[in-house]
Write a protein that binds this ligand. Sequence first.
Ligand SMILES: [Mg+2]
Length: 230
Amino acid sequence: MTKYKHIFFDIDNTLWDFKANSDLTQHEMYKQFGLDEFFSGAEEFISIYHEYNDELWEDYRKGRIEKSKLKWYRFYLSLKEKFVENERLARELDDFYLTESPKKTGLIPGAIDLLEELKKRYSLHVITNGFNEVQYTKLDNSNLRVYFKTVVTSEDAGIMKPDPAIFEFALEKAGAKKEESIMVGDVLGVDILGARNAGIDQIYLAPNGHRHNEEISFQVSRLEEILEIL
Ligand SMILES: [Mg+2]
């Protein structure tokens, strides 16, 4: 028995293999839209995209860019890197990406086994930064939705992790007390420190064994290790 009753999960790269699913979609996109006309290979396209995507997400988190612009603008800037200024194509790429990527079903190894085991003993919930339509499609298509009593997206909450307010919003929705809750996530500064600052224990999933100086509750490198804690 542990003191916990509620387990809150991040989705992307904690349960749902965002990187694999995104790469797969972008390889499809590369072929379908004939992007080899502009780039030397799908890998080049993907790496340029990630640079801009990360940058724009940072801007979005800081309130410097709207969601509606971020979506197509990351593709626009990727194309512009190759001297192609084509907003229409950028918007088409974005539509394809947002429609196809969430339908992918690649999961982090051990995800289903872990949830099957934990659901017997705990109430499971989601706290995710992301757009509603995208995150719910992922949960449904990869058969994850059934495990969770409540799902909170940053869009629902009107605020993003690591802001403690989204954790408080999620606790309230789940009817959970912070002392009996724990958060599982893969980004130290977002999932883990955010939960810590909201007074919630944390399990940091760091597949590459990240070394840091933060005081956190638990750190694991694989999902199955969580069963040794819970
Ligand atoms: Mg994540």
